[in-house]
Design a binder for this molecule. Sequence first.
Ligand code: SF4
Length: 94
Amino acid sequence: MTTYATDWRADGACRSADPDLFFPIGTSVVTVSKALRICAGCGVKQQCLDFAMQNGEMNGVWGGTTAEERLRARRALLRRARRTHRSLQEALAS
Ligand code: SF4
């Protein structure tokens, strides 16, 4: 089993924010925009995004991205991995 470092979470700018902003029920552009603004000033944005991509987090806002953005990025990585005969994990690491 692969484990990922999660100690960066304690430094997240969302730590004191309403979790509903990051995991809204339904599609609320206003809510997601508020979450993305918080992410924009977050000091652990890259670690958060890496964690979400490595773990296939397909819900909510992570690392300044929406679920749809991560899905598109994941599909692009999969296409690139197939073209270069690498695994998704290798593509994520490059
Ligand atoms: S990037 Fe956004 S979701 Fe991730 S820890 Fe920072 S504020 Fe929270």
